[in-house]
Write a protein that binds this ligand. Sequence first.
Ligand SMILES: [Zn+2]
Length: 236
Amino acid sequence: MIVNVHAGHNPAGMTASGAVGLIDESTENRKVKEEVIRQLRILGYTVYDCTVDNGTSQSDVLKKITAKCNAHQADLDVSIHFNSAADDKDGDGKTTGTEVYVYSETSGAKTYADRVCREIAALGFKNRGVKYSTGLYVLRHTKAPAMLIECCFVDDRDDVQLYDYRKMAGAIVRGIAGKSAEVSEEEKTDEMPSAGGGEKGTLYRVQAGAYSVKENAEAMRKRLEEAGFDAIIIRE
Ligand SMILES: [Zn+2]
């Protein structure tokens, strides 16, 4: 599966950058998209980053993003945004939450959008659900089915306190892939020392024995050497 991912808006501090609240949309959506791309690639997806950092205006950013998206034969376009106008900078103990836009109810992205909403909600954010919009430029002009994710609100203290870019990205990836790229700590330990999964840097050790008494280890080495094999003892 081929996925286009982009962060909406120009970078922070530029013209046509995103919403600013307790956190900054253009900064956070770039962190989230980097992590989404990283995790999708771990899962074997082909991913293109269609983020634009040099738009001359809001419409220019959107035009350039769409051109990048449409340059690839993708199965899904993913636009990452953060919402604003919750106006809850002090925090009222409730998140304003997450919502995902698709073009219409029959969009090929609808299933993914539903799942992304559910996965982000599972992190503790209010699920505002999937919404339809024929007016959003990226949804209107991309060739592949597209979804625009409003992760959470930049101006709601409760959202911001709960928000963590890695977890947000993990939820989006689970929504797209139906599974997680994150490896639990336990699994990581099991994989040692061959972490890297068959790639460069992996060691395949052939073991002939393991002994708690040094003499027994030396006896095994002697037998191996006599049989014509080079052998070394590793103390662990
Ligand atoms: Zn936005």
